[in-house]
Design a protein around this ligand. Structure first.
Ligand code: GDP
Length: 439
């Protein structure tokens, strides 16, 4: 890993031409770099207009310069910002001048990594920075912001502190088995462990609400061929579409597109016609479509109300999936036949589409919305907390005081991995490598 003594820089604004490009600099050499490039550094935290020159004295740009002495900065180090004119030639020339003056380009996530290493934020907050940068919906933004401001970190820290108290009492029981301690200490200890285990358990069994918000809800559109699934997806997307993406490996069997509905990101999966077939390639498509429908959070089970003797097969096909919303399509051809709980729509005329959107939003809210404590948001946190709960459960069942203390230490270490207080080295690279440069 790169040397943390270095002074680093990166473009904090987006690439390409723009009115303004922001170059961020962080590290002990930031002040000296400003002196070298801008003649002298401006007063702390005051934007000042400066001529930016290279080593030979040629003016590269006239820019706003900020001198940001640590430790009250994003990274906790001395830092600086140059607000340049946003052309590629300007950025390149200034970057080159910075390198000549001793700085180096930052690696992905290096600013936030330094912020973490300097104690400016815990790992859950650092991850939330990445989530906030990637947030596409209002719900994702709210969740990331809350996590970045420390809501999740505070919850896990509270558990850690309580565990430390439990562990201290447990150690006391080992050191002074019979004397000095009130008789009810052991009983209180049992109770505290049980309460903590229940809280961690409830956090884990939250039906993946936070993760669903972060990753987006998966909506499968399922049903027999020709009932109008593709037409319906196009209808849903034409008004609400945010980003359409063809995912690799899903050419024949399923098309995925993202839309933002009711402030939630939804990935809509258009599955291939779900029917028995002799064609081997098509059969594979059907198999995959079923698998996707089975792992979806919401399934739109579409049927064609106009078809003679139309089958009620779609429901059976997606049995086992999340929330199933029955949809009766082509009501324009068969007025009045949509009853029996299904939402009557016409992908052709657009009739009933608003009701369908409302039903999707309501189902999405039930699956993601949550008052009260902040939800679990990542598989990484889930894995560590599951291990913590398992160790805590073993501790509660353990007869030997020494082994119980050991299980409690494991519990503490596992929770510590989430916030980064213990055993963190091995996960650092994995987390920060997913950041963009300049964050
Ligand atoms: P899929 O195989 O389920 O994806 O079905 P398609 O979306 O390809 O639609 C099959 C046929 O039904 C096409 O000819 C569509 O134009 C037609 N269709 C789809 N929805 C409607 C609708 O609401 N009303 C009418 N009249 N035709 C529709």
């Amino acid at each position: 890993m790169a040397d943390h003594e270095d002074t680093i820089f990166a473009l904090a604004s987006g690439g390409g031409r723009a009115a303004v490009a922001v170059l961020r600099i962080s590290g002990a050499g930031s002040g000296a770099l400003l002196d070298a490039l801008c003649g002298h550094r401006p007063p702390p935290r005051r934007a000042s207009l400066r001529r930016v020159r290279d080593g030979r004295g040629e003016t590269l740009d006239r820019a706003l310069a900020l001198w940001l002495p640590g430790p009250g900065t994003y990274t906790g180090e001395d830092g600086a910002e140059l607000h340049l004119h946003g052309g590629p030639a300007v950025i390149e020339a200034v970057a080159e001048a910075l390198v000549r003056a001793g700085a180096r380009p930052a690696e992905a996530g290096e600013f936030t990594r330094r912020a973490f290493l300097n104690g400016r934020m815990d790992l859950t907050a650092a991850e939330a920075v990445a989530d906030l940068v990637e947030a596409e919906s209002a719900e994702q933004r709210r969740q990331a912001l809350r996590q970045m401001e420390g809501a999740l970190g505070a919850l896990y820290e509270d558990w850690s502190r309580r565990l430390m108290r439990i562990l201290a009492q447990q150690e006391a029981l080992i050191d002074f088995p019979d004397e000095g301690l009130p008789a009810d200490v052991a009983v209180a200890l049992e109770a505290e462990m049980a309460v903590l285990a229940a809280e961690i358990g409830a956090h884990l069994h939250d039906d993946r609400r936070g993760e669903r918000t972060r990753e987006g809800l998966r909506i499968a559109i399922a049903g027999p061929p020709n009932v109008g699934k593709s037409s319906l997806i196009n209808r849903l997307l034409e008004r609400d579409i945010a980003i359409v993406s063809d995912l690799p490996g899903t050419t024949r069997d399923a098309l995925e597109a993202r839309l933002v509905l009711g402030g939630m990101v939804m990935t809509v999966i258009d599955t291939a016609g779900l029917r028995e077939t002799a064609d081997r390639v098509e059969a594979e498509g059907v198999r995959r479509a079923r698998a996707r429908a089975a792992e979806a959070d919401i399934v739109l089970a579409v049927r064609d109300v106009s078809a003679p003797g139309e089958a009620a097969g779609a429901g059976a096909i997606v049995a086992g999936a999340g929330v199933v919303i029955p949809v009766a399509n082509k009501v324009d051809l068969a007025a009045g036949r949509a009853a029996d709980g299904a939402i009557g729509v016409s992908a052709l005329t657009g009739q009933g589409l608003d009701r369908l959107r409302e039903a999707l939003i309501a189902a999405g809210r039930r699956l993601t919305a949550r008052a009260g404590p902040p939800p679990l948001t990542r598989a990484r946190h889930r894995a560590a907390l599951e291990a913590a709960l398992a160790a805590l459960t073993r501790a509660m069942a353990e007869g030997s005081e020494e082994l119980r203390a050991e299980e409690l230490r494991i519990t503490l270490r596992m929770i510590g991995r989430v916030t980064g207080r213990w055993g963190v080295e091995e996960i650092l690279g994995e987390i920060f490598s997913r950041f963009c440069i300049g964050k």
